[in-house]
Structures are given as C-alpha cells and as structure tokens.
Design a protein around this ligand. Structure first.
Ligand SMILES: NC(=O)c1ccc[n+]([C@@H]2O[C@H](COP(=O)([O-])OP(=O)(O)OC[C@H]3O[C@@H](n4cnc5c(N)ncnc54)[C@H](OP(=O)(O)O)[C@@H]3O)[C@@H](O)[C@H]2O)c1
Length: 303
C-alpha cells in the first residue's frame, strides 16, 4: 500500500521548509544541477519548475549559472513565478576567496545569473583564503546581494576558523550525507561550536547513482512496507534527519518521484535501523587542495 500522494497532487502543495539559524526558511527539497551542461539545464530545469521545484543548487564551478539564470528569468517574465517564490544557491570556488577578489566575484556571479540577489551563497571548498573572504560574504548579506551564507566541505577545525572571525554564523553546511555517511558527528560538533543548529545540506543524497545504496536491506524493507521506491525512502530519511536535499536527475519521472518522497512517512524504528547502516563516505576531503581546485576564476565560458 502506498503512503504517498500522487506526485501531481504534490505539485499543488508547498514543499516543506526548514528554518535556518538566521530565521530565514529554506525548502527542504530542491533540484541540483551538478554535472549538467547548460543545454541540459535549459531542457530539464523548466521541467523541474513545472513540477513544483523552487530550490535550485548550482555553483560557479558547475559552469552553468548563465543557463540557470536564463531559465529562472524566463519563468519570472512569463508570469509563472515570482523571484520570491524561488530559493537559489550558488557557491564560490577557492580562487575567489581573498577578500578583494570575493567582493568582485560575488558581483560577477550575480551578473552571470542575471539576478539582484541569491538566497544562499557558499564557500564550496575548504582551501585558500576562506578566513579573509568570509567578511566579503557578510558584507554581501548587509548589501542585500545575498540572503544567507554558508560553507561546503569544511572539516570541523576549518569550520571553527570561520567561527573565530564570523559575525554571521554559517546558516548551512553542504557536505556529503546519505544513509552510509549520516554526519551525526559533524552535526553534534557544529551545534557544540555554535550553540545553534547549522542545517546540513546533503550532497550525494542518493549515493550519486550507486545502486548498492538503494539495495541496502533496511532501505528495501522500508520501501516494501511503504510502497515507496528505495530512493524515496532515502529522501524521506533525509527529511526526518532535517537534511536538505537536491537530488540531481535528468528524468522527469524521477523528479516527480523525488517530490512525492516528501509524503513518505517512516517509522522511528525504520529511521533507527537506517541509522544503523555501517558508516563509510564515498569521498574524503583532502587536507591540501586537489589540482582541480586551483583552476581559473574565468567563468565566462559556460558549456
Ligand atoms: N558541494 C559539493 O561539493 C557537492 C558535491 C556533489 C554534489 N553536490 C550537489 O548535490 C546535488 C546532488 O548530488 P549528485 O547529483 O552528485 O548525487 P545524487 O543526487 O545522490 O545522485 C544522482 C543520481 O541519482 C539518480 N536518481 C535521482 N533520482 C532518482 C530516483 N528517484 N530514483 C533512482 N535514481 C535516482 C540519478 O539518475 P537519473 O538521472 O537516472 O535519475 C543520478 O544518477 C548536485 O546536483 C549538486 O547540486 C554538491
């Protein structure tokens, strides 16, 4: 027996939001555009918006911000959406962190998107001059160019370096998170360090296409009981864990399934057994920047 509503019905319903530590809200489910070409964004992002997605996760380093901005501005111009209906996240790469460069590159990011502000801006990687750059992030908030700021992939010691200079605590931390890497320890360490909740945004929320994650016996059992798919069970687990997700898919059927996962209700026992899955990340954040991090900050070439 299915415990979730028809996806078409879900599109009529607001996507649930979490409240961040700055009092602003963030939709719990969004659409991620990592590894999507600009043409794929132009084709698939309108489908996602049509289905009811309102939260988009991109980055300077995805080289598709121009296309994301085009799609969003087209939808607004067509009267389908208002800017306030949308939650748009992008991320700076480390070569943009030195304070003066960050000031310049935040403007360049908004220019590529063709937007007056983004809802959330993150430091994408824990390398380079993130300590000096955080001030530029805070100034962008004060100037109304960015609504909330946060981090991605920062080990707790580097997260603490930001806290040591921060007037604005990171609102979110985007890290690898899924049933095999539940980030309970990081969440506890961040709460201890900040005295508040720093919401986790989960990358690889479905294991980046790893079928063995979907086949974990406790996930399969919950799928059988609820009539949901294993991917939906994993997304329902994220929601119960207060993780924000933006699974990437080029398939409209999967886009609809992922929205419908918002209606899947797991029992406390199912959540506990999923949290009992042995822990192992797909990716370990190196202490030193890998070569790909030290690339150009010329994002004019958008695939
Ligand atoms: N900050 C960072 O360093 C970082 C790193 C990685 C990712 N991210 C963000 O996180 C987002 C998601 O990560 P990701 O794309 O790497 O991994 P993911 O969302 O865990 O996995 C994407 C894979 O899941 C499949 N999928 C999606 N919905 C499905 C469903 N309902 N049923 C079965 N399979 C489904 C997709 O295939 P189909 O196309 O066939 O549906 C695709 O192969 C990215 O787009 C990006 O925004 C951030």
């Amino acid at each position: 027996m299915s415990t979730f509503r028809d996806p078409k019905e879900r599109t009529m319903t607001a996507i649930p939001s979490f409240t961040m530590n700055n009092g602003r809200t963030i939709p719990a489910l969004g659409y991620g555009v990592f590894l999507m070409t600009s043409d794929q964004v132009r084709e698939h992002l309108p489908q996602a918006l049509e289905l009811g997605y309102r939260h988009i996760d991109t980055a300077n380093a995805y080289f598709n911000e121009v296309a994301v901005g085009e799609v969003v501005r087209d939808a607004i111009a067509a009267g389908e959406l208002a800017r306030e209906d949308l939650f748009i996240t992008t991320k700076l790469f480390p070569q943009s962190y030195p304070y003066a460069q960050a000031v310049e590159d935040i403007d360049a990011t908004l220019a590529r998107l063709g937007l007056d502000y983004v809802d959330l801006l993150l430091f994408h990687q824990p390398y380079g001059e993130y300590v000096s750059g955080w001030k530029a992030m805070e100034e962008a908030v004060a100037a109304g160019r960015v609504r909330s700021i946060g981090l991605s992939n920062f080990p707790i010691a580097k997260f603490q370096e930001i806290l040591d200079v921060a007037e604005i605590i990171p609102a979110v931390h985007q890290v690898e998170a899924h049933p095999r890497w539940n980030q309970h320890e990081l969440k506890a360490r961040m709460s201890e360090a900040t005295g508040t909740e720093v919401l986790v945004e989960a990358w690889y929320p479905l294991g980046h296409g790893d079928k063995t994650l979907l086949e974990e016996p406790v996930i399969a059992a919950a799928a059988q009981r609820t009539g949901a798919t294993p991917a939906q069970v994993i997304l329902a687990w994220h929601l119960a864990e207060r993780n924000i997700t933006f699974p990437k898919t080029l398939s409209p059927a999967h886009m609809a399934d992922n929205l419908a996962a918002l209606d899947v209700e797991l029992t406390a026992a199912e959540i506990a057994t999923i949290n009992g899955i042995p822990q192992q990340p797909y990716y370990r954040i190196p202490d030193e920047p890998p070569a790909f991090v030290l690339t150009t900050n010329d994002y004019s070439q958008q695939a």
